[in-house]
Design a protein around this ligand. Structure first.
Ligand code: E4P
Length: 218
């Protein structure tokens, strides 16, 4: 499973990209609103750091507006993928954009039927929101598993699932066990994934023992 970073925070993206584990990034209007500066400039800089798809979301409500915005956003950088909120207007926009060769990521997907429709409209990616489903007492990962199964049943579907709205490391592990191709993970969770107390204790013990051998190197 590939790991994307789910933030618009350039400092975090720069730092975590240097770990060598990030293959894409996702943003949304909320994440962009938390940063200073022109949204297009933020997106351009993310694209310079991350060598992979970078999702930029449209805010128009109708197909025409979405397509117009998408054309503008895709001029920012070749890494840009257009995030389109799920809905009838969104499906129409995805169809049109796929015909123009503009990649899309259909967002706010909460059911397998929505995922299937987005795929058939020609979405390059779809983003089911696990955490937000869990928040309302639904099993978000069960929905992801069903979507992955459906897409695997039909090899002509080339749409990739990006597991989104991830809240903790177990979401990432579960997504990988299901066989989801991509998870987009907030910096906080990526940092939690690094940590294991036994790794820290192990390093401490090795360094302590090495002290006893150090003199022999002279
Ligand atoms: C990414 O594509 C989504 O916009 C993001 O994961 C949503 O996360 P949230 O539900 O924590 O806001």
């Amino acid at each position: 499973m590939k790991l994307f970073i789910d933030t618009a925070d350039l400092k975090e993206i720069r730092e975590i990209a240097s770990w060598g584990i990030i293959e894409g990034a996702t943003t949304n209007p909320t994440l962009i609103s938390q940063q200073e500066g022109h949204p297009h400039e933020i997106l351009r800089q993310i694209c310079e750091i991350v060598n992979g798809p970078v999702s930029a979301e449209v805010v128009s409500q109708d197909c025409e507006g979405m397509v117009e915005e998408a054309r503008e956003l895709s001029k920012i950088h070749k890494h840009i993928v257009i995030k389109i909120p799920f809905g009838i207007e969104g499906l129409k926009a995805v169809k049109k954009l796929s015909e123009e060769g503009i990649r899309t990521n259909v967002t706010l997907v909460f059911s397998p039927s929505q995922a299937l429709m987005a795929a058939r409209a020609g979405a390059s990616f779809i983003s089911p929101f696990v955490g937000r489903l869990d928040d309302i007492s639904n099993n978000g990962m069960e929905i992801v598993a069903q979507i992955v199964d459906i897409f695997n049943n039909y090899p002509d579907i080339k749409t990739q699932v990006i597991v989104a709205s991830i809240r903790h490391p177990m979401h990432v592990v579960e997504a990988a066990l299901i066989g989801a191709p991509i998870a987009t993970v907030p910096p906080k969770v990526l940092r939690q994934m690094v940590k294991h107390p036994l790794t820290d204790i192990g390093i401490e013990r090795f360094l302590k023992d090495w002290e006893k051998v150090k003199d022999r190197l002279k």
